[in-house]
Design a protein around this ligand. Structure first.
Ligand code: NAG
Ligand code: NAG
Length: 255
C-alpha cells in the first residue's frame, strides 16, 4: 500500500497533504510528510487505515479498489465513466427487448412505438392487444380510431416482420409459426448485440484511461495506476452484466 493509495482510500486523512504527497510520489521511495512522520509511523498508519480489502490483498487475493471520484475529478470524471458504461448496458437491454422478442410471446407487441400526430406512444396505450390464438394477435383500436393507420404502419415496420391486416378499427396480426431456425437466428443476433456492447465498453474504458494518462506529468504513477485499476474494475463488472443479459436472452430464445 503506497501513500497515494492510502490517500485515495482514506480521503479525510490525506486531504490536507495530497499536493505534497503527489509531488513526492513517483520518484520511487515514499516519504511521509513531516507532520505524519513525527506522529504516526507508516506501518501503524497502514495497519490503522487498512481496509478489509487491502488486508485481503496482503494475503495475496485480488484486491478491489474503491476510489472516491471527487478526489480524482481533476484527472478523470469517474462518475461520467460509470454513467457511460451504464448507458452501454441500458441500450443493450433495450435492443434485446425491442428487437429480439419471439413474436408469440405475450406482450411482444406491447412496446412497438407508434408515431402519431400527437407524439410517440407504445401500441398498448393506443389499442387493446389480445392474443386470439398462437397464430393471431388482434389489436382493437376502437379507443383511438384515428391512430389505426399509424399503428398498422408501426406493426408493418417493426423488426418482427409482421403483416397486419386492417378491418375498420381492428388490426389483425397473423403470427407466423416460430421455427427453431428463427429462434437460432435471434440468438445469433443477441450474441452480436452483446459483442457490440462489449466493444463500446472497451472504448469507454480506454478513453477514460487515456484521459487519466494525460495527467501523468502532474500526478504520480501510482495514482494513475490506481485509476486504471478502478476503470478496469468498472468495465469488468459491466462486462459481467452484459454476459448475464446474453445468457438470459439466449435461454429465453432457445429454451
Ligand atoms: C469523497 O470525498 C469528498 C471530498 O473529500 C467527501 O466530501 C465525500 O464525502 C467523499 N465520499 C465518500 C463516499 O467517501
Ligand atoms: C373493440 O373494443 C370495443 C370497445 O372496447 C368493443 O366494444 C369491441 O367489441 C371490440 N372489438 C373486438 C373485435 O374485440
Amino acid at each position: 500500500m503506497t501513500l497515494s493509495q492510502l490517500c485515495l482510500l482514506r480521503p479525510l486523512l490525506c486531504r490536507s497533504f495530497i499536493p505534497l504527497a503527489r509531488s513526492q510520489l513517483g520518484s520511487g521511495s515514499v516519504q511521509l510528510p513531516p507532520m505524519l512522520r513525527s506522529t504516526v509511523p507508516p506501518p501503524a498508519l497502514t495497519r490503522l487505515y487498512a481496509t478489509k480489502k487491502s488486508k485481503a490483498k496482503a494475503k495475496g487475493q485480488q484486491a478491489k479498489v474503491n476510489i472516491n471520484a471527487s478526489l480524482v475529478e481533476d484527472i478523470v470524471n469517474l462518475d461520467e465513466v460509470k454513467g457511460d458504461m451504464a448507458t452501454v448496458l441500458a441500450s443493450l437491454k433495450e435492443d434485446y427487448s425491442r428487437n429480439l422478442n419471439i413474436r408469440t410471446a405475450p406482450g411482444a407487441l406491447d412496446h412497438i412505438t407508434v408515431n402519431t400526430k400527437d407524439g410517440r406512444f407504445p401500441l398498448n396505450q393506443l389499442g387493446q392487444i389480445s392474443m386470439k390464438s398462437p397464430q393471431l394477435i388482434v389489436v382493437n383500436m376502437t379507443g383511438f380510431p384515428e391512430a389505426t393507420a399509424a399503428a398498422t404502419q408501426a406493426l408493418r415496420e417493426s423488426s418482427m416482420k409482421l403483416n397486419p391486416e386492417v378491418d375498420g378499427t381492428i388490426i389483425r396480426v397473423p403470427i407466423p409459426k416460430v421455427t427453431r431456425e428463427h429462434r437460432e437466428n435471434l440468438a445469433k443476433l443477441a450474441k452480436q448485440f452483446s459483442n457490440k456492447a462489449k466493444e463500446s465498453l472497451r472504448r469507454v474504458r480506454s478513453s477514460a484511461i487515456t484521459q487519466a494518462k494525460k495527467s501523468k506529468d502532474t500526478v504520480s504513477e501510482d495514482t494513475i495506476r490506481l485509476i486504471e485499476k478502478q476503470v478496469q474494475q468498472m468495465a469488468d463488472s459491466y462486462a459481467a452484466d452484459i454476459d448475464k443479459q446474453l445468457a438470459t436472452k439466449t435461454k429465453e430464445l432457445l429454451g
